[in-house]
Design a protein around this ligand. Structure first.
Ligand SMILES: [Zn+2]
Length: 321
């Protein structure tokens, strides 16, 4: 009888170990909470507004925005970047099909996350922070348009995001995450690609390098595998060593996961090497410009009128209060 009970206990503990393992493994699967607008909007400011880690200002010759990196060797590095945008007025989603694909295939990627998005998707954010080949950049608190924000508003959009990242990083480490998660992001991506010279100077003074893209990967909805294949084939022809590709992982454009699979498969077949933006910056000379357009100079100016007073979606100007 005693032997039987011991056997049952061992069997149960084995089963629970197997179940716990599969639960962890399945954690990357999409859930209802990852859908667009699944989580109620919270427009409050973050619990911490000033980051503990303050970055030193960038040198004067690094003021500007990086469009791509000039590579002078035969190396073929390329950076896949994913914006996680969220305005003050709505919540966006978390594209776990795309993120799980990158994770499962060990593909280095850089995510530019809005501070409010990080809080909306706190559990996912902590999970992603645990992945050493995922890098996080700052994408402003509520997607503020840096060409329209006041100096004070711009500062708060950047610093609130740094502080929110710190809070989640601390929680992730407390909950058993890797201890070497970077203290704060060092890269910034301009919402809408919009800025002024003054904004670039102010962001550089906060110690962040502005990184945009030279290739806009999503240019419309991708609904079928066949469409993704055709589309990826033309996209891959545009890639150059040091290119930075813009995607989104907040479920706003349709079909990103299909497209990413195809782009990755084609680039891998041609021996391109995926790296994070930080690594890419160490491999060559950053090409610095002063305008964050999408594909042609000026193609994003019309966006100034579409998303509230200052890009945050709100009719009230964001001043960081
Ligand atoms: Zn964005």
């Amino acid at each position: 009888m005693q032997v039987l009970s011991v056997c049952i206990v061992i069997l149960f503990s084995l089963l629970s170990t197997v179940c716990a393992f599969s639960a962890d493994a399945n954690d990357w699967a999409p859930t209802a909470a990852d859908e667009l607008r699944a989580i109620r909007n919270n427009a409050e400011s973050p619990a911490r507004k000033q980051p503990v880690t303050v970055l030193p200002a960038l040198a004067q010759d690094r003021v500007g925005l990086v469009r791509k990196v000039q590579i002078d060797t035969s190396d073929r590095p390329i950076a896949l970047t994913f914006d996680l945008c969220e305005l003050a007025t709505v919540t966006t989603g978390c594209d776990m099909q795309t993120i799980a694909f990158l994770h499962d295939n060990r593909i280095p990627a850089t995510f530019f996350a809005g501070g409010k998005w990080m809080r909306t998707h706190a559990k996912r954010m902590k999970q992603m922070l645990s992945v050493p080949f995922f890098e996080f950049g700052n994408h402003a608190w509520t997607h503020g348009n840096c060409a329209l924000l006041s100096s004070r508003g711009l500062r708060a959009q950047v610093l609130w995001t740094q502080a929110q990242y710190e809070l989640l990083r601390e929680e992730a480490i407390e909950q058993g995450g890797r201890p070497d998660i970077p203290p704060v992001p060092t890269l910034f991506r301009l919402p809408y690609g919009r800025c002024t010279k003054q904004a670039l100077t102010e962001i550089a003074a906060l110690g962040l390098t502005v990184v945009q893209w030279d290739i806009v990967a999503e240019r419309g909805a991708v609904r079928t595998e066949d469409a993704a294949r055709r589309y990826a084939a033309s996209l891959v022809k545009e890639c150059a060593p040091g290119s930075i590709l813009l995607f989104h992982a907040n479920r706003v454009p349709t079909g990103t996961a299909l497209l990413v699979r195809e782009v990755v498969s084609k680039l891998r077949a041609e021996n391109w090497r995926f790296v994070t933006v930080s690594e890419l910056l160490t491999l060559g000379r950053p090409v610095l410009v002063e305008d964050g357009y999408f594909t042609r100079p000026g193609d994003n100016i019309a966006l100034d009128k579409k998303f509230g007073r200052d890009g945050t979606g709100s009719r009230v100007r964001f001043e960081g209060e």
